[in-house]
Design a protein around this ligand. Structure first.
Ligand code: AMP
Length: 571
C-alpha cells in the first residue's frame, strides 16, 4: 500500500513527518537520525552522497560538496563539479530522493505523495522550482504549504473555534523569519512576513568566539583565532557551550593553546548565562525590527496576538524565548521540538487532506523573495574588502517597494562608479546572482568619501527592478531597468533532469552508517593536532581494516569505537 508523508525541505536540515494513530511523528533516516542535513557531495568514484556524510565532507572536499542551495531555488545559479553542473532544483531533488527512500524503509511502504513546506516569502518562481525538484525526484507533490502555517497546524491551532492571530518566530542557523497569521474557519492567512536573512544561531556562536578569544589573549597571552585550527576548535567549543547554556546556568569552554614542540595545552574559560546574555545583546536587539515590521504590516499590536509559536533550533535559547514573552506579554508555545514543528505540521496537513477537511493556506501580500543590492568595497582600517553584498531591498519587503541607499566614493578623484546589481542572501556578491551593471560617469573630482551617489531600487509585482543612480552633488540621474531572469526549468528540462538523476550512482543506503562515521572522523581529523589526532587516526585505520575484512560484528564494534572517539573530541 502506498502512503503519504510531510516533508520539511530545509536550508540546513530536512525532516519527514507522518501521522500515525492521530499523532505526528518524525521518521528516522538510514542513520536512525531525525534530521537529514540538506547537503550533497560527490564521492571520488562519482557516487552521490546525501545527508550527514555529505555535510561532514564540506570541510574535507569543499569543491564537490553542496549546501544551502535552497537559498538559490528559483534562480539560474549553477553549482559546478568538474564538467558537470547542477541546478538548485536538481540538488534539492537529490535530497528529496534520499528522504523518500529513507521514509519508505522506515515505513515498509511505497511513498505515493507528499506535502512539502516552503517559506512564506517564497514567490511563484521558487514554489515552481520546489515542485520541479519533487518531480525530478519522482515524488508527487500533493501540495506545498507555508512553513509558518505548518508550525501552527502542528500545535493544532486550526481547531480553535474562534478566530485566532498567531506570530511565528523562526530562528534557524543563519536566518530569522517572522510571520503573522490569522486563522478563521479553516482559512489560514499569512498577513505579513518579515525577517533578517543574515541573523541566526551562528551569529550567537560568533559573538562567543570573539569574546572568549579576547579573554584568552588577556588571561593566557594568546589568541586562539590566529590559525584556522585554533579558530575551528574554538568555534566548535562555543557552539557546544551555546547549546549547553540552554539547559545549564554555567559552562566551561575549552580553549586549546597549540604547542609546536609539546602537546597542545588545554585551558578552560568559564561562561555563565548572564555573561552570554550581555554578549548577545546586540544580536537580540536585531530580533526586534523584523517583529515590529511584521506586526505593522499585519496592522496588529503585540497584545492582539493570541499565540506565539517558536520554530528553529536557535529558539531553544532561553534568551530568545524570554524576549518573545516580554514582547508579546505571553509565554510562547514550545512544547513541540522547534526543529520538528514544521515537518509535524506537514504531516497534519496530509491527514487533513485525507480526511477531506478543507484548509486554505494563503499569503496575503507579495513580498520580495530575495534580497536585492549592490556590490561595495568595505574599509577595515588599511585593509579593504571588496565584493561585499550591500542589500538595498531586503528579502521579505512588501511589494511594490522603493528604497534608497547612499554610497560614497572609495578613492581620491574617482570619476566613475560601477554599480553592479545582485540578488541573493550570501554576504559576498560572487555567491549571489548578478542581475546587471551600469557605469555611472561624471562624478566631480574630490577626495575619497567626499562624493556621494544615491542608489534607489524600485521593485514592482511583475518582477521589474528599476535602479536609479543619482550623483548627489550634481543631481544627475541615470536609470537601469532589469527584468527578472526567468530562472525556471521547462518541462523538457525537468524530464531530462529526472532521467539524468536516474543515471547517477547513489551511495548504497546500507553503507551510509559506515561512510558517515568515516566522513565525520575525517572532518574532525583535519581540526585536531597532537595525541588526539594520532588517537583518531589509529581508530580510523582500525575501522578501515575492519571494512576490508568485511566481518559485520567487527565493523560494528570498530564503528562504535570511532564514533565514541569523535563524540569525545567534539565534546
Ligand atoms: P535550524 O536551522 O532550525 O536547524 O537551527 C540551527 C541552529 O539552532 C544552530 O545555530 C544551532 O546551534 C541552534 N541550536 C540547536 N539546538 C540548540 C540548543 N539546544 N540551544 C541553542 N541553540 C541551539
Amino acid at each position: 500500500m502506498a502512503t503519504r508523508i510531510g516533508i520539511d525541505l530545509g536550508t540546513t536540515n530536512s525532516l519527514v513527518g507522518v501521522l500515525r494513530e492521530g499523532r505526528a511523528e518524525i521518521l528516522p533516516n538510514a542513520l536512525g537520525e531525525r534530521q537529514t542535513p540538506s547537503a550533497v557531495s560527490i564521492d571520488d568514484d562519482g557516487t552521490v552522497l546525501v545527508g550527514a556524510a555529505a555535510r561532514a565532507r564540506a570541510l574535507t572536499h569543499p569543491d564537490r560538496t553542496f549546501r544551502n542551495f535552497k537559498r538559490d531555488m528559483g534562480t539560474d545559479r549553477e553549482f559546478r563539479h568538474g564538467s558537470k553542473t547542477f541546478r538548485p532544483e536538481e540538488l534539492s531533488a537529490l535530497v528529496l530522493r534520499q528522504l523518500k527512500r529513507d521514509a519508505e524503509a522506515a515505513l515498509g511502504q511505497e511513498i505515493a505523495e507528499a506535502v512539502v513546506t516552503v517559506p512564506a516569502y517564497f514567490g511563484e518562481l521558487q514554489r515552481r522550482a520546489t515542485r520541479d525538484a519533487c518531480e525530478i525526484a519522482g515524488l508527487h507533490v500533493e501540495r506545498l504549504i507555508n512553513e509558518p502555517t505548518a508550525a501552527a497546524l502542528a500545535y493544532g491551532l486550526h481547531h480553535r473555534d474562534r478566530e485566532c492571530r498567531i506570530a511565528v518566530l523562526d530562528l534557524g542557523g543563519g536566518t530569522f523569519d517572522v510571520s503573522v497569521l490569522e486563522i478563521i474557519e479553516g482559512v489560514i492567512e499569512i498577513q505579513a512576513s518579515a525577517g533578517d536573512a543574515r541573523l541566526g544561531g551562528e551569529d550567537f556562536v560568533e559573538a562567543l568566539v570573539n569574546a572568549l578569544a579576547e579573554q584568552a589573549k588577556e588571561r593566557f597571552g594568546f589568541d586562539p583565532r590566529v590559525n584556522l585550527h585554533g579558530r575551528a576548535q574554538l568555534w566548535e567549543a562555543c557552539e557546544t557551550a551555546k547549546c549547553r547554556l540552554s539547559e545549564l546556568l554555567r559552562v566551561e569552554v575549552p580553549v586549546v593553546r597549540p604547542g609546536p614542540h609539546r602537546p597542545d595545552e588545554s585551558l578552560v574559560l568559564p561562561l555563565d548565562r548572564d555573561q552570554a546574555r550581555e554578549l548577545w545583546q546586540p544580536l537580540l536587539s536585531r530580533l526586534h525590527p523584523p517583529i515590529r515590521r511584521a506586526l505593522r504590516d499585519a496592522g496588529v499590536e503585540p497584545e492582539a496576538i493570541d499565540e506565539v509559536v517558536l520554530v528553529g533550533g536557535a529558539t531553544r535559547m532561553p534568551v530568545v524565548a524570554d524576549l518573545a514573552s516580554t514582547l508579546f506579554g505571553r509565554p510562547p508555545l514550545r512544547t513541540i521540538s522547534p526543529d520538528e514543528a514544521v515537518a509535524q505540521g506537514a504531516a497534519v496537513q496530509v491527514a487533513l487532506k485525507a480526511g477531506d477537511e478543507q484548509l486554505d493556506d494563503m499569503v496575503a501580500t507579495d513580498v520580495a523573495p530575495f534580497s536585492l543590492g549592490v556590490s561595495t568595497i568595505e574599509s577595515h582600517g588599511r585593509r579593504r574588502l571588496d565584493d561585499v553584498f550591500s542589500p538595498i531591498l531586503e528579502r521579505g519587503t512588501v511589494l511594490p517597494a522603493s528604497r534608497v541607499e547612499r554610497f560614497v566614493t572609495a578613492s581620491d578623484g574617482q570619476g566613475q562608479i560601477r554599480v553592479e546589481v545582485f540578488q541573493g542572501e550570501h554576504s559576498l556578491c560572487r555567491d549571489n546572482t548578478k542581475l546587471g551593471e551600469y557605469t555611472l560617469q561624471g562624478i566631480p573630482a574630490a577626495a575619497a568619501g567626499e562624493e556621494a551617489i544615491d542608489v534607489r531600487f524600485t521593485y514592482d509585482l511583475n518582477g521589474i527592478l528599476e535602479v536609479d543612480m543619482t550623483i548627489v552633488s550634481t543631481g544627475e540621474t541615470s536609470t537601469l531597468v532589469i527584468e527578472r531572469s526567468p530562472g525556471r526549468m521547462s518541462p523538457d528540462q525537468v524530464e531530462q533532469a529526472r532521467q539524468s538523476l536516474q543515471g547517477l550512482k547513489f551511495h548504497p543506503r546500507e553503507a551510509l552508517p559506515n561512510t558517515t562515521a568515516l566522513a565525520r572522523a575525517e572532518s574532525l581529523y583535519t581540526e585536531l593536532r597532537g595525541p588526539a589526532r594520532e588517537l583518531l587516526g589509529a581508530a580510523m585505520r582500525a575501522f578501515r581494516l575492519a571494512l576490508e575484512e568485511q566481518d559485520p560484528s567487527i565493523i560494528a564494534q570498530r564503528r562504535a569505537e570511532l564514533s565514541a572517539l569523535v563524540d569525545r573530541f567534539k565534546g
